[in-house]
Write a protein that binds this ligand. Structure first.
Ligand code: ZN
Length: 340
């Protein structure tokens, strides 16, 4: 079977690998159909001092597929069922896992495609408890964007920022995979969405997705634009993932008691903040990483209800690296999906 592995910094190798053994009793075997790309793939590809990945490692952190074989104790699946997989090997037994807070598992063995061999291969065995059926009507291409792309946003906006209908939210980098998902999810609950983009083409696309106000951060300071749009009131929620370049400006955009939720720092990991501002304005700053199994089910249900991920491009497995370059170039609008 085909298997795409990272064998060194910026070195990918597509090789013929032996297929996995038949699934163990509590496992299912999945034939991978699509892998969606994420910044996590870029971190692994480039290598990072503070996030050590396994080498060599089969890449691919987010994927969909079809059930190819079923272990003797795995129930609820039939061969050919469309499924997605949780992106980390959680223990399933710790307090966090038992409470359904899977992304806070105390004994997590690692992230697929980063610390553990991932999904960019034809066949994968997974514990059946980490495999989620895809509702009918949702394509495998779209479903591949549920475990991280959609579920991360679901977790950020609704579990962490507790976004309420009618609130105003600032979504940074509205053209990114998670930015596009945040726009459509917030609009779906009747929020006012302000978003930032880096060029006029993306501004049009963000408007077409439903964003109420689009700020080109290259020509306008977003802090000033948000003040103007909200008549100096500020927004209820900021959806952050840009990091150092925008973080303080994001805090300035919040109304008193506003919530900032962040899941990334693509422009740099460090910043300083004004603590007087933090407590006087009663801001809530919430870090968010990954999602729960429930968030993935919620994401798939949203897709089944017609809230579809924005797909920028589809590339074949052999062009995985070109997909990563496109992601790194910030030219994307939506998700890049690798098809099998
Ligand atoms: Zn656990």
């Amino acid at each position: 079977m085909r298997s795409l592995a990272l064998i060194g910094d910026r070195k990918l190798e597509l090789a013929d690998a032996p297929p996995p053994p038949p699934p163990a009793p509590a496992e299912v075997q999945i034939r991978i159909k699509a892998v969606a790309l994420n910044h996590l793939d870029l971190w692994g590809y480039r290598g990072m001092a503070f996030a050590k990945r396994k080498l060599p490692v089969v890449v691919g952190v987010e994927a969909s597929g079809e059930i190819a074989a079923i272990g003797s104790d795995a129930t609820g699946f039939a061969t050919g069922n469309a499924v997605v997989m949780y992106g980390a090997l959680t223990c399933g037994t710790c307090k966090a896992c038992r409470q359904g807070r899977d992304n806070l598992c105390e004994n997590v063995a690692g992230i697929m495609g980063f610390h553990i061999d991932g999904f960019a291969r034809d066949l994968v065995n997974m514990p059946a408890r980490l495999v989620i059926p895809v509702p009918s009507g949702v394509s495998l291409r779209d479903a591949a964007c549920a475990p991280i792309g959609f579920a991360t946003v679901q977790h950020m906006l609704f579990d962490n920022a507790k976004l309420e209908p009618g609130e105003t939210v600032l979504v940074h980098a509205g053209g990114s995979g998670i930015g596009t998902a945040a726009i459509i999810m917030a609009k779906a609950v009747d929020c006012t969405v302000i978003t930032t983009v880096g060029d006029a083409g993306k501004a049009e696309k963000a408007k077409a997705l439903g964003a109420d106000h689009v700020i080109n951060y290259r020509s306008d300071r977003f802090e000033g634009a948000v003040r103007k749009i909200t008549a100096k009131k500020g927004v209820d929620v900021v959806f952050e993932h840009v990091g150092a370049e925008t973080f303080n400006g994001s805090l300035l955009c919040l109304k008193r008691g506003g919530r900032l939720v962040t899941c990334g720092s693509t422009s740099g990991p460090s910043t300083t903040i004004n603590l007087m501002q933090l407590f006087q304005q009663q801001y809530r700053i919430i870090g968010s990483f990954g999602a729960s199994m429930r968030n993935i089910r919620e994401s798939l249900a949203k897709m089944a209800g017609g809230l579809l991920p924005v797909i920028d491009t589809e590339v074949p497995l052999a062009d995985f690296e070109q997909g990563l370059s496109r992601l790194a170039s910030r030219q994307v609008f939506g998700k890049i999906v690798v098809t099998f």
